[in-house]
Write a protein that binds this ligand. Sequence first.
Ligand SMILES: Nc1ncnc2c1ncn2[C@@H]1O[C@H](COP(=O)(O)OP(=O)(O)O)[C@@H](O)[C@H]1O
Ligand SMILES: [Mg+2]
Length: 356
Amino acid sequence: MTVTTPILPALPTSPVTLTAPALVAPNLIIGDAAIEVNGLERKFGDFVAVDRIQFRVEHGEVFGFLGPNGAGKSTTIKMLCTLLKPTAGAARVNSFDVATEPGRVRESIGIIFQDYSLDDRITALENLRFHCMIYHVPRRERETRIREMLEMVNLTDRANDRVRQFSGGMKRRLEIARGLLHHPAVLFLDEPTVGLDPQTRQNIWEHIHELRKREGITIFMTTHYMDEAENCDRIAIIDHAHVIALDTPAVLKANVGGDVVRVRTADNARALEALITDFGLAPIEENGTIRFEVTAGDAFVPQLITRLPVTVQSVDIARPTLNDVFLDLTGRAIREEGAEGNSRLRDALRRRGGRA
Ligand SMILES: Nc1ncnc2c1ncn2[C@@H]1O[C@H](COP(=O)(O)OP(=O)(O)O)[C@@H](O)[C@H]1O
Ligand SMILES: [Mg+2]
């Protein structure tokens, strides 16, 4: 039997110690960052794919690397997973140096690549058992851990089916289960939802959030989907090999220049005057509607309604999106192959009364 797996086995060092249930990943080293990147660079010949980037990811964070195709996301992830050598700079994962301690890095991480890396000629269970073997998951722990992970990704009843029969979403979920078998402290996912339909993408995200809650691990993922980046605690925006912004989605959007608020009132002339003199804003009136920008629209509106000396008839707050952020930083929009799908997802969720 030939099993294709690009996940490199850890070098033969001390076996990973497992404690179940794992509320805190056993490989976690308290007091250090989960990932620390310092001047990391990768050149291919003269071409600079990743240009001296710098950032830090804390334990337990869902950290997103957002950028268009060719920005340098996969190259970065490969360096952090020790699959590609940096040409300059340094990085530590779980406090292990990617250049000098690649074995320690590998045994403390899980990797999910953009392209499926399961053996589709064998069953889900066989794929998972093989992974346990190459990662030295102690024999007595294997079946329990496999069962636990299959349950988490809702594949228990498909365990004995060949992977060939699985949909893209099921394969992805199985890969997430596989990536977690050896209790990694950091899970790397390279564009985990690319090519999946909108409902499946949403479902994958639910699994990612659940596993963070259950396993207490750090997640580092790349995406070029703006709406998905909203799921991350913090985002590094990468463009042409450089990290051009790094913060929470909320702060990144707040930097765009605030929310756009539109109000209709019973007396626009008085409202305009009050907005200028009492609130210090710069409102304009367009077609019977007053428009202005504030930093946090939802916090501002209750004040507005109480303090404005005229009746507010309607309020509309429009938030800048991450698309606005990217546009603001680069002067161009990220081309999203999934853009149409995203709006379909939002519509579908809205119909179901779910979160968009
Ligand atoms: N092995 C390689 N040899 C030469 N160029 C490469 C190689 N791998 C990636 N690149 C180039 O580096 C840039 C960044 O690639 P990549 O990290 O895959 O981007 P992303 O994952 O953000 O789409 C691209 O221009 C790509 O063509
Ligand atoms: Mg890529």
